[in-house]
Write a protein that binds this ligand. Structure first.
Ligand code: PLP
Length: 327
């Protein structure tokens, strides 16, 4: 099935993928908050490269930098990927770089989720630490769907060639233009204020949920997300996603670190505040949303509560119109 792989091989790797320790890559395990493309067995990344996953500490639920170092020394990866899809704490790119240097690896930072916070100075930047930084443009960066790669100049030629001719045809000029607009917006004062609000709303939402008896993974948040452990209310991620969906509150079920449940069921939900902050919700409004969520979760099989909350959501939403869309 993968007989075409040599044609896809990233050109900075000198040897055949999956056949040499030189192709080892390290990434945060998917079930500890990493992204599919950071080496999940069901993703192309794990089929092209030999991935060594690192994890979060069982007690603190924070990236275990000692374990990252130990694994890096043992496996000598060519690349260490930092960055996550469900991790709510500050990523310490400087520590990652130290480890990468010690193990003679390249540090790659995938900041898809936190790029808006990074642009606004609300999360430490990987630039200056990671030799390669990748991001999407459509999460907290709030632009059109797309991606971007920054890298040190000595890698630039290889990165360029890995994009074209290796993977891509002609450039999509409309997408390039949309990215320019996105980056222009990210340089404004308004954007910085927006990102501050995103973080403040995440804290307010998290505090409300904790006050209602739930547990936040790692005990809190430094970014735009909260990862909620639902086990104190004896509710699964799947039940929560479905019940909240019926109440017009969209969340996604998510594994929590060391989750005893399979991913399709999961013990957690992941909530983000980027979209509600764009609509103008502030801390008090985020708390109201948290209270609504708690009412649904506290009575998970109660359809009457779900439809009552749905009515409240429908009443609340027009007060916070989606920017750029006339209601
Ligand atoms: C860390 C990380 N990288 C890359 C991606 C890919 O983003 P998309 O599938 O939206 O293109 C995601 C998406 O969640 C992500 O979290």
């Amino acid at each position: 099935m993968y007989s075409h792989i040599p044609a896809l091989r990233p050109i900075w790797l000198p040897t055949s993928p999956r056949s040499s320790p030189a192709t080892h890559v390290m990434g945060l395990s998917l079930d500890h908050g990493g992204h599919l493309t950071h080496g999940s067995p069901v993703n192309f990344s794990n089929k092209l490269y030999e991935f060594v996953p690192y994890t979060v500490d069982r007690e603190l639920e924070l990236i275990d930098y000692d374990e990252v170092r130990r694994l890096a020394m043992e496996h000598r990866p060519k690349i260490i990927v930092s960055g996550a899809t469900a991790y709510t704490r500050t990523i310490e790119f400087d520590k990652f770089r130290e480890i990468a240097d010690e193990g003679d690896a390249i540090l790659m930072a995938d900041i898809a989720h936190i790029a808006g916070l990074v642009a606004a100075g609300e999360h430490p930047t990987p630039v200056g630490h990671a030799q390669m930084v990748t991001s999407t443009t459509h999460k907290t960066l709030r632009g059109a769907r797309g991606g971007v790669i920054l890298c040190d100049s000595d890698l630039a030629r290889n990165v360029d060639r890995a994009v074209f001719p290796n993977a891509q045809g002609g450039p999509l000029q409309h997408a390039v233009a949309a990215k320019a607009v996105t980056f222009g917006e990210a340089m404004t004062e308004e954007f910085s204020a927006y990102q501050k609000q995103v973080r403040a709303n995440a804290v307010a939402l998290g505090d409300t949920l904790t006050g209602g008896g739930l547990r936040l993974v790692s005990g809190g948040t430094d970014n735009h997300m909260v990862l909620v452990d639902l086990r104190p209310l004896e509710v699964t991620g799947r039940q929560a996603e479905e019940a909240l969906g019926r109440a017009n509150i969209v969340v996604n079920r998510n594994a929590i670190p060391y989750d005893p449940k399979p991913p399709r069921v999961a013990s957690g939900v992941r909530l983000g505040t980027a979209a509600i902050s764009s609509r103008g919700l502030r801390e008090n409004d985020a708390r109201s949303v948290g209270e609504m969520i708690l009412r649904v979760l506290n009575d998970i099989d109660n359809n009457a509560v779900q439809s009552q909350v749905r009515d409240e959501v429908l009443e609340m939403a027009p007060g916070f119109p989606i920017p750029g869309i006339d209601s």
